[in-house]
Design a protein around this ligand. Structure first.
Ligand code: SF4
Length: 451
């Protein structure tokens, strides 16, 4: 679907993509996926790129085969560069649409979390996080048990079945959240610390979601080969709006090879293959179980989190709802998320009531009488001019009045009236500055769930 002001692309925002372009791009992507995920293929391609491509059944030019037969991979060019550029734009649109929220208090809270993550995790890392306002987990725990699970998922306890009662609950939750929170809910996913393929009738939930929200939710699975037909069914689903990128977390080279045998290059053009095995030498985020995973020590990165929801996660199997937002994993929040809840519910009305109550407690402006503080990861720098620093991530120099407010808060929490009383000039001017710092996620209330 093309939004006003957007241009048509070759891969997205296009009615029916040109099959010749799709085939060509898919063959090229498969070659690059082989170079990224398959060490034996890398060796073959290093020795004879054209032959390696031919033996993999790929029809790409000898020039392209030679160009991409290097590891690490060179910068993308031609059709591949166009595909990646459009994919980047597609992700940017998801992030933007996820922030389209109708509920004023929730929208203000959501904006603050996005701003805070810029400062806590760094802008580059934060741009990778979608800050989805809503997610549904269809099972309780996960059967896969990856030793490096960044969300620390527990063992599989229970799964949701697509019986009439559960489907009604599911529909009530999705349409109720859409109504209450706003259009950003359309970007929801049907998993978090769960595995979609654990849900026997996962495609039925996807269909229902598409019927209600007009789009197929993104799927990330670590077991794409557990039931290839079911995986294929999801990949083939009408995306609703624009094409959806699904993701396969690959737990071994063997799984990757089986995927390439089972799925054609065209079937996986819109699938990200994410190697999660040591041979790939691709880093793992230090969060959840990964710091304790044996043999991964030198591959851990400091991105801080893989959590991507700033909003509500409803677990359909446990019948619980929680509010969550990404943060840098530490001993207190090992899974890289700050969580309020979970709270149990019995039916959709109760779940939506909990969501409404939590949203009602969110603030659009700083509240009088409640202490404010600098975010705990921000500290006054020791240079001559005043700065706030999160070492290795960000250094901010607030404007003049902002500096004065932050100097006060660097010494300890204070409420708005106290801050106004300690600064010269009209109180409304100070209040505006406090509001601006609050809105950007630089300062926060010290009570409740304001991070
Ligand atoms: S990484 Fe995904 S598949 Fe693996 S244990 Fe965690 S939730 Fe399950």
């Amino acid at each position: 679907m093309t939004e006003p002001g957007e241009t048509m692309g070759l891969f997205w925002n296009t009615g029916t993509p040109d099959p010749v372009i799709i085939r060509e791009a898919a063959q090229m992507k498969r070659y690059i996926d082989l170079m990224t995920c398959d060490s034996a293929f890398q060796e073959k391609a290093a020795a004879d790129p054209e032959r390696a491509a031919r033996e993999a059944g790929l029809r790409i030019s000898g020039e392209d085969a030679r160009y991409y037969a290097r590891y690490p991979l060179p910068e993308a060019r031609g059709l591949q560069a166009a595909f990646l550029e459009e994919k980047k734009e597609y992700r940017r649109r998801i992030r933007e649409r996820a922030g389209e929220l109708r509920h004023e208090r929730f929208a203000a809270w959501h904006r603050r979390q996005v701003g805070r993550c810029d400062l806590e995790l760094g802008r580059g890392t934060n741009l990778e996080l979608m800050h989805l306002p809503f997610a549904l987990e269809l099972s309780s725990g996960c059967s896969v048990g990856c030793p490096f699970c960044g969300l620390g998922a527990g063992r599989l306890n229970r799964v949701s079945r697509a019986d009439p009662e559960t489907m009604e609950l599911f529909a009530g939750l999705v349409s109720g959240a859409l109504e209450l929170l706003g259009p950003g809910v359309r970007e929801a996913i049907l998993y978090s610390a769960t595995e979609p393929m654990d849900t026997p009738e996962y495609p039925a939930f996807v269909e229902k979601f598409r019927e209600l929200c007009g789009k197929t939710p993104v799927m990330t699975t670590a077991v794409p080969m557990r039931n290839p037909e079911k995986t294929r069914q999801v990949l083939a689903m009408d995306p609703g709006g624009e094409k959806t990128i699904h993701r396969f977390s690959l737990l071994s080279e063997e799984v990757f090879r089986r995927c390439t045998e089972a799925f054609s290059p065209e079937e996986t053009l819109y699938v990200d293959f994410l190697p999660r095995y040591k041979e790939s030498r691709i880093g793992l985020v230090r969060a959840g179980r990964s710091p304790d995973a044996e043999g991964w020590e030198d591959l851990l990165t400091d991105q801080g989190t893989i959590a991507c929801v700033s909003g509500f996660i409803v677990n359909l199997a446990d019948r619980t709802v929680c509010l969550t937002t990404p943060c840098r994993a530490d001993s207190q929040r090992p899974n890289g998320e700050t969580v309020l809840g979970p709270e149990p519910f019995g039916n959709a009305g109760e779940a939506l009531g909990i969501i409404e109550r939590i949203c009602g407690g969110m603030r659009t402006v700083p509240e009088d009488g409640v202490p404010l503080a600098l975010q705990p990861f921000l500290h006054a720098g020791d240079g001559e001019s005043f700065t706030l620093e999160n070492p290795g991530v960000v250094r901010i120099s607030p404007e003049e009045k902002g500096t004065e407010v932050c100097r006060i808060l660097a010494k300890g929490p204070a409420d708005q009236a106290e801050i106004c009383g300690r600064l010269s000039g009209p109180a409304w001017g100070t209040q505006l500055t406090v509001f601006s710092l609050f809105r950007r996620g630089i300062i926060t209330h010290t009570d409740g769930f304001e991070r």
